[in-house]
Design a protein around this ligand. Structure first.
Ligand code: GLA
Length: 731
């Protein structure tokens, strides 16, 4: 609070210092983004970096920037318009009512208010004096976490319609010489593969045009390092995510001063958006965190922010579970399921999750080619309905959850037969399918009601269902909406309206069902972003559950998302890996199993039981603690992750061998721990010891925090002990 007051005072002083220009510092606890108007009332980005302490400092910045005064050298606009003075990539492009393509934005006013403790909001009004377009820039700051959330609202002030051709969320400017972009790409089962490169002159664009399941090939997520590639402990770095579950576009433009312009928002490709008189458009929100102390600190701050302010029930509880997908695929009936319940009970998880294949009768869902859309229990597989399964699970002392994919439809379904007009498809063209299915037109409110109804009906009939996995397996082909045509709306609204429709549905779901944990799944990790995660408690990072691959996936996702949100299941995907290796790896996320427990040996069962008990004891540290990425799987033969609770009294360290090559994979050196208290004394105990084996770790030895954080501790990882979990407890 004190900080905020100082900020406001500072801003008042600054305004009086510079009579003709306005300076707007937007400050978090450690950093500041500073904007200033020029002599033509254009608002420009003048600073991004550590907060400055003297009131007059911000006012002195502009004088240090000796850019040429001419227009072609203005690269740092806070929201770059097009068609007038600007000749670089715009943030905003408008076709006005009369077809004119020029926009000019002049600063009119700004205000900063405290929304609640730790959160402030700066709103800046810009105005086109000719066409009366109003643009409002919003900067929400989460002070302690150094997280910024930025978006824009554009309002049509003309008498008549205008068309937004480009409508970015944020337009930032960074003054450094070198910039390194870490972007992520992949596909089904190969999500989140990082690639880091130096940005060169010109524009580098990251985008998606897939519509739904929009980040199948690349998520709306990036890491930007300044001057050199940031490490865990050092370097200037920004982690960003566009909170938008649809098409996105990030332009990174290095200008002629070697500075970097960043323009981020929804993708304008085939998505021009019309506004009627007085109508407004709110862009998606860009979320970013900045640190000058490396990517470790940046992601810990992002995690704290996400748990406290973003993720649904981010600071709440989660359920461990047994899923039947890989154990049965579509081949099951109620007897088989009830048998599997016993497995869940045996290993001690909280819930049984019934996956795909439980529904549809005219076109039974026995594989992925039919039935999607027909959400009635399949009478052959489940003659006694879901209610019976919920009852049986309850009798056995476990909860019951269910898989749905309500946004999509197989052409072989009653839903498609009855409501072709609800499907995104071109009326006069061949249909193209992704996983044999099509996407429903969520721009249509009737379809939104239908999708909400799928969820609502299941819960009205079975109020004791305790968990939902919400899937989304197809991209959008043939983008065309029957509904938009009937409404005389442009087809180019579809990509935006799809996402807005999805969020409308999820708003309604959450208003009625605030307590149900819902997993965000999209054929693996095809839709992971902080827009969707406002409604979901957790997400499915990938269908790839091979433990070795999961270490890498977890490493990369963990830069942006907290462990409590990342579902991690033990499966049979890689049978060559031991049950211990698989379980230990899944234990650093939100633990689940996707196996037939009866197929396990007695020792494996005993081990899983013990691992679930251990997880229940240390899950608080994983879910709510700080993450320190100790050793990268990309650079070491032993990867290591450490979680530390807030009080620095308890910590869990996971170390895994990431090579299978002979005699290379030993932890010859100790692993240096982080985040503990130098002055506290700790003891170390190994957890998840496989039946019949013993641990070399002396659980009675005592170490100072200083020792563990300077010398370190050797978990003794080797080809015989390829995963080790250590519990560090304050004496
Ligand atoms: C997607 C999900 C899987 C599973 C299947 C069911 O691929 O990612 O986990 O639920 O659908 O069809």
């Amino acid at each position: 609070m004190k900080n905020l007051h100082t900020t406001f005072l500072l801003m008042a002083i600054i305004s009086t210092i510079s009579a003709q220009t306005t300076i707007i510092p937007i400050e978090s606890e450690d950093y500041a983004l500073v904007l200033q108007t020029d002599e033509f009332k254009r608002l420009r980005n003048i600073y991004f970096g550590p907060k400055l302490s003297m009131a007059s400092d911000y006012a002195a910045i502009a004088k240090q920037l000796r850019y040429k005064g001419t227009n072609e050298d203005v690269f740092n606009s806070a929201y770059t318009p097009s068609g007038t003075w600007n000749v670089s990539e715009p943030a905003l492009q408008i076709a006005h009512h009369d077809g004119n393509g020029s926009t000019e934005l002049e600063y009119t006013k700004d205000k900063t208010e405290t929304l609640e403790e730790n959160i402030s909001l700066t709103t800046i009004d810009l105005f086109d004096p000719v066409f009366k377009t109003q643009v409002q820039l919003f900067y929400k700051v989460f002070h302690k976490e150094n997280v910024f959330e930025q978006w824009t609202v554009i309002k049509n002030g003309e008498q008549g319609k205008i068309e937004l051709k480009k409508y970015a969320s944020a337009n930032l400017y960074f003054r450094n010489k070198e910039f390194y972009l870490t972007q992520y790409h992949g596909s089904w089962a190969t999500e989140m593969q990082p690639e880091t490169h130096k940005l060169t002159a010109g524009i580098k664009t990251l985008d998606s045009k897939l519509g739904a399941r929009a980040n199948l090939y690349a998520p709306p997520t990036f890491m930007l390092s300044f001057d050199g590639v940031a490490t865990e402990e050092s370097g200037k770095v920004m982690l960003a995510n566009l909170a938008w579950s649809g098409n996105y576009r990030f332009d990174f433009e290095k200008d002629r001063y070697d500075n970097l312009r960043l323009i981020a928002g929804a993708n304008n490709h085939a998505a021009e958006y019309e506004l009627s008189e007085n109508e407004s458009f709110e862009t998606p929100h860009l979320i970013y965190v900045y640190s000058e102390n490396g990517k470790g600190e940046a992601s810990r701050n992002m995690h704290r922010w996400a748990r406290k302010y973003r993720l649904w029930n981010g600071e709440g509880e989660r359920l461990t579970l047994l899923n039947n997908w890989e154990a049965t695929y579509f081949d099951f009936d109620e007897h088989k399921l009830v048998e599997l319940f016993d497995g869940a009970k045996k290993i001690g998880v909280d819930l049984f999750l019934l996956d795909d294949g439980w529904f549809a009768n005219k076109y039974p869902r026995n594989d992925d080619s039919a039935g999607l859309g027909d959400w009635q229990e399949n009478k052959k597989k489940l003659p006694n309905g879901l209610g019976y399964l919920v009852e049986e699970a309850t009798k056995k002392g476990i909860k019951f959850g269910i898989w749905i994919e309500p946004e999509m439809v197989n052409p072989k379904s009653e839903l498609y037969e009855n409501h072709k007009d609800w499907v995104i498809r071109q009326p006069n063209r061949k249909e193209y399918y992704y996983r044999n299915q099509l996407v429903l037109d969520l721009s249509n409110p009737e379809v939104q009601d239908h999708v909400f109804g799928v969820f609502d009906n299941i819960f009205t009939k079975n109020p004791d269902i305790a968990y939902v996995k919400w899937d989304c397996n197809s991209i959008i082909y043939n983008a065309h909406s029957d509904y938009l045509s009937k409404q005389n709306k442009p087809q180019t609204h579809l990509y935006v309206e799809y996402v807005k429709g999805l969020y409308n549905i999820l708003e309604k779901v959450r208003a009625k069902y605030p307590k149900v944990p819902i997993m965000l799944c999209s054929g693996g990790g095809g839709r992971v972003d902080y827009g969707a995660l406002q409604y979901f408690t957790e997400f499915w990072p990938s269908d790839n559950t091979a433990p070795l691959d999961r270490i890498f996936l977890h490493w990369d996702y963990s830069h942006f998302y907290p462990a409590i949100s990342m579902c991690a299941h033990v499966t049979e995907w890689d049978r060559a890996a031991s049950m211990k290796y698989r379980t230990d790896i899944a234990s650093m996320g939100k633990l689940g199993f996707d196996i037939d427990v009866d197929d396990l040996t007695a020792d494996e069962q005993k081990f899983c039981q013990q691992a679930v008990q251990n997880y229940n004891k240390f899950k608080e540290v994983i879910w709510r603690g700080d993450l320190f990425r100790l050793q990268s799987p990309y650079e070491n033969e032993v990867a290591s992750f450490q979680f530390v609770d807030e009080a620095k009294d308890k910590s869990i360290v996971f170390s895994y061998l990431v090579t299978r090559r002979y005699d290379t994979g030993h932890s010859f050196e100790p692993i240096v721990f982080k985040g503990l208290d130098e002055n506290k004394k700790y003891k170390i105990k190994e957890l998840n010891i496989y039946p019949g084996t013993t641990s070399p770790v002396d659980e009675f030895a005592v170490y100072s925090g200083a020792f563990l954080m300077n010398v370190g501790f050797n978990p003794d990882v080797s080809t015989r002990r390829n995963s080790v979990i250590l519990e560090i407890t304050k004496l």
